[in-house]
Design a protein. Structure first.
Length: 534
């Protein structure tokens, strides 16, 4: 991708969004309103509060009830939402957002800068333990400049700051003075979003209805109902009978084939925002040797894993970004699969099969390593066995150990007590999240589980975060991509497709790596199918 000026793109975003909004409003009457969408879930409901809830089905509900200052388009580019426009100072430290006047919360009160101020101060307040606080670490102050203007002052320039402006805005007139886990957030949340909560039965059901006064135009579907089930068998039975339209359970490739055979359902697949990798513990002398890490990586046939473990529903991973990200270095190819070269590298390190048992050894020690991962993941189970077989072919003994996730995290991951981890990591729209997994400051208490400590990598990570234009940001992250491919603190394996089945009645569905419901307001049900729902 040709690097373009980042801030010019931000300034014209408002114009583009306005055109898109007009087009949407013009076409709104060409498809019918009405009908309902019933979503089955096995997850329990958490507080409907975008400041503190970022997991489970409740995060979906939050995305539908609340709006942020910006929203992401299908290509993960920030577009205006509650904010009509924004500007950035020449030094990249002052961000000014102009709110659209006349936007109403579900209770009829107008949204103003006070609501934005309250929400972001709540995120920053350490007493609230907000998962989003880490994304606002550069914020020095937030100020209201009149009812429709908000100014964020940063400690230093931070190019990806715009991505932190997509968090849902809470109504200050209802929330101020309350704890953010107050029951009000579960029983009667109030946002500005596409749908509002009409009724809620804890552990059973949440019903949302279309916001008739939504500033981007009323959603087409009248109601969205989330129904909770205690077991997966009941969930499948309801889906296949057509009593629910979709379930939030992540389908396996076998499940996906089951969906495709059902005439009630239409199947969709899209890239999940994660990559799977093997994390080498570079605190251990064995894995401090680059040639050993290269040899292990070269023994792994990633395409075979995609074909056999994923049944083709995925792709080989080239690096730490989303496959569609502008941050990818086009000159970094797929990791090499070359067992003969791996054998030569191991021989150069003194490893050989001196006793003829098929396992390499050196100085009386076998080349035996242990792979840890969390229980209950079918994809990891199948992939780990394939990797074990592939390493065995060159004489590396791989022991596989599955652990309960809490034990894995507390006893092995956080204290860095492992050889190799098999984990998945997020590929967020903002590539700056790579700071958490590869910056040296995160080696002890953070998510840099490999304990990768490279001064050049640190400089590139910070250059990407501090860049004042997209070209500099792009160059930094692409150089980092090249460096990680050469240094191999982790062996990148594959991206997994998200697989879903949805009732064939629904139109307007357009999945992307943000998920399925990102454009829920554009979904609709043809009138002939609405009558069948009655």
């Amino acid at each position: 991708m040709k690097c373009r000026n980042y801030f010019f793109a931000l300034m014209v975003a408002a114009v583009i969004a306005a055109v898109l909004l007009c087009n949407r409003q013009d076409s709104h009457n060409t498809v019918p309103d009405g009908g309902r969408l019933v979503i089955g879930t096995s997850s329990d409901f958490e507080p409907f509060n975008p400041v503190i809830t970022c997991w489970s089905v409740s995060s979906w509900i939050n995305d539908i009830i609340y709006d942020g200052l910006v929203r992401l388009d299908r290509d993960n580019r920030p577009q205006p939402c509650l904010a009509s426009a924004w500007s950035v100072s020449s030094d990249g430290r002052i961000w000014t957002f102009l709110l659209r006047p006349g936007i109403l919360f579900h209770d009829g009160r107008e949204l103003t800068s006070k609501d934005v101020l309250f929400t972001y101060k709540s995120i920053l307040d350490p007493k609230n333990f907000s998962a989003w606080a880490a994304d606002l670490g550069e914020v020095d102050s937030v100020e209201s400049k009149g009812p429709y203007k908000v100014v964020f002052k940063l400690k230093t320039s931070f190019a990806p700051f715009i991505y932190a402006m997509r968090y849902g805005i809470l109504p200050a007139h209802l929330c101020a003075g309350r704890k953010l886990d107050d029951p009000i957030f579960t029983t009667c949340p109030v946002g500005t979003g596409r749908y509002r909560l009409e009724s809620f039965i804890p552990e059973k059901r949440a019903m949302l209805v279309a916001n008739d006064k939504y500033f981007r135009g009323r959603p087409h579907i009248d109601k969205i109902i989330f129904k909770r089930y205690q077991d997966l068998t009941a969930l499948w039975a309801e889906l296949e009978a057509g009593d629910i339209d979709w379930m939030d359970y992540g389908l396996t490739a076998e499940d996906f084939n089951r969906v495709k055979r059902n005439p009630h359902l239409r199947s969709y697949n899209y890239s999940r925002p994660y990559y799977y990798s093997l994390v080498f513990n570079m605190r251990r002398p064995l894995f401090q040797n680059l040639r050993l890490r290269q040899a292990i990586s070269m023994c792994i046939d990633r395409q075979a894993i995609v074909n056999k473990a994923l049944l083709g529903q995925g792709a080989v991973c080239r690096g730490p970004y989303s496959p569609a990200s502008w941050a990818n270095n086009p000159h970094v190819g797929e990791p090499a699969y070359n067992p003969p070269k791996a054998v030569k590298l191991l021989c150069s390190l003194g490893w050989g099969d001196t006793d003829g048992d098929g396992i390499l050894d050196k100085n009386g020690r076998e080349l035996a390593i242990t792979l840890l991962y969390d229980k209950g993941n079918d994809i990891k189970d199948k992939s780990a066995l394939l990797i074990q077989q592939q390493l065995a072919e060159v004489g590396i003994k791989l022991n596989i150990v599955c652990l309960d996730v809490s034990v894995l995290i507390n006893n092995y991951m956080m204290p860095r007590n492992f050889d190799i981890l098999f984990i998945e990591a997020i590929t967020a729209p903002d590539p700056s999240v790579i700071y958490r997994t590869f910056h040296s400051s995160q080696t002890n208490d953070g998510l840099n589980f490999s304990s990768y400590n490279n001064l050049q990598a640190d400089k590139l990570i910070m250059a990407g975060r501090r860049a004042k234009n997209e070209e500099d940001c792009c160059n930094a992250y692409r150089a980092l991509h090249r460096l990680l491919a050469d240094d191999l603190p982790v062996a990148f394996l594959f991206h997994l497709n998200e697989l879903v089945g949805i009732n064939r009645y629904f139109k307007g569905i357009s999945p992307c790596d943000q998920g399925v419901i990102w454009n829920i307001e554009e979904w609709y049900i043809p009138e002939r199918y609405q009558t069948k729902q009655q």
